[in-house]
Design a protein around this ligand. Sequence first.
Ligand SMILES: O=C(O)CCC(=O)C(=O)O
Ligand SMILES: [Fe+2]
Length: 322
Amino acid sequence: MDFKLLRHGRLISAHPEAVPDIESLPPWERHSAYLRICRQIGSPATGAHRLAKTGYVSYPGLITLERARSQSKLIGQILAKQGGADGPTSPGEANVSASPDPRFDAALRELIPELITDDIVTEIESALGAHFRIDFASFYRSHSIAEPQGSFLWHRDLAPMSQVHLLVYLTDGPERGGTSYLNRTDTRRAAQNGYHFLPIGKRAGDLGPIFANRGDPPTVFTPVISAGDAILFSAPRVLHRGVLPTGAPRDALLLIFQASPVPWRIEFEDVGVGHLVLPSSKNTLHTNPFLPMHPNIATETDGVYDLPPPWVLEGRLTESDQ
Ligand SMILES: O=C(O)CCC(=O)C(=O)O
Ligand SMILES: [Fe+2]
């Protein structure tokens, strides 16, 4: 399906006449139609293969230790005012996200051009076959708690299939926790065995039973993290789980990318970073990706769990991708 588009300077979005048709598509189909249009318009880089094949790429030392420490310190200062610097703010939830603050905007203006290296651009663009944009950013602290919940259990993010995360660790040491990942092949095997986009209450900490008596056990990738290391990963396409810290908290910066008809730098230069840190988390599946800032669609019900179509369970980007 093609939609009427509009150019605003160097940016491109949907024509108002096309919006009702776009918003009436089911979410997975809407995002895959968008990806196909981004592919037609853009001239993305090609040739990289790690993100496309495995679903994750590790970048040790992506930013300096000094920069990582100063971001971690900033998270501490903001949480000290807001609550959550020294422990969870809701029972059982390890993560506390820092609220928007002009100091984060200043930090992002400096950090983003360093974080999004040419190699990262090539990996993302080769994997999507399209350019990408930064959708939002989150600075968060994960505390040591007794029982893992939410993103600390095996999951795939219920998000557009082209959504990619860059998780930058700002603290280090194994006692500060980390993240574990399965590759795309093992994630697809898990889906065939019935474990995929499970609602929070049904997520497991142990995938052993999912693979028991069904071929080789999965390969679990759990990098030992140092402050400044980063992982680029396809959050809806690979199973992953945070590893809870056992001592002092873990601080991280998460950048969320979505497909775009134009290169990320154009939006970074023309729109800035003021919209990136949000007061609360964003449900990126229930958005209109054709409009500036990908706003949520108010009429689309949040939190209702429908079984995604087979191509989504298999971890493909669109119905016609592999
Ligand atoms: O905080 C973590 O280690 C996991 C993050 C996560 O689940 C995500 O970015 O989708
Ligand atoms: Fe996740």
